[in-house]
Design a protein around this ligand. Sequence first.
Ligand code: ADP
Ligand code: MG
Length: 249
Amino acid sequence: MINSNHPIITVKGLHKSYKVGKDNIPVLIDIDLEILPGEFVVILGPSGCGKSTLFNTIIGLEPPSAGHVNVQGRNVYNFDEDNRTLFRQKNFGVVYQQSNWIKSLNVIENVAFPLDIIGSRHRRSLSQAKSSLIMSGLEGHAKYTPTELSGGQQTKVAICRALITNPPIIMTDEPTGNLDTASAVSIMQQFEMLNREYKHTIVMVTHNPIYSEYATKIINMVDGKISHISVKDLVYGRQKDNFVGGAIK
Ligand SMILES: Nc1ncnc2c1ncn2[C@@H]1O[C@H](COP(=O)(O)OP(=O)(O)O)[C@@H](O)[C@H]1O
Ligand SMILES: [Mg+2]
């Protein structure tokens, strides 16, 4: 599957509008994109351009007004809501700027939680969560309450939680938004390692162009539309701007 040219995510003819009073406000306009397995995609654009709406549409949380979203060849919105939730849990590890901890659980229990809810025995979930925290250098914080940790540490724990069920795709919306530069670099390096060594497909939404350097594909958005897509030439390390408006030239 990795390095295949068959997209893991396809968005085609996507429109999304919100009803505000009597008006229909368009937020996403005719979005076409393809994401291949193993890509590190940065969706880049100014605040309010529709990035989070696109993100939520891809993971099955915002039904489109028109068009479709296919993930692993399945139309995300053909599932009923329960099966869409299962499909999301199987395919996506999701990391947000704010981590939404279960406040009654400590760090290791929060990381183990996604395994618990898919029926893994609790002791087994905790053992996997421990291995994951060890890999992130956070095993010493296993018994802390998540909010006792720094922002960067919380994001690392959120990545452990997102990956505990080993989903192929990591989806992350402004993960470095609240972080100091050193913590942000550390998080970006972790995503880079997960992409290069563990072959996770990564889709990161950000308003900050400095993170494009980590991407293999950059999707630029303006006012609800894709303005430009560029793909890094992995052989020569150069940017190839041969994708425009979502159409492969
Ligand atoms: N539930 C909603 N109802 C109405 N308008 C919304 C809703 N969600 C987002 N919007 C509007 O859609 C636009 C894009 O929002 P968003 O996707 O959050 O942008 P970004 O993540 O790029 O900052 C904004 O103008 C926002 O106000
Ligand atoms: Mg946003």
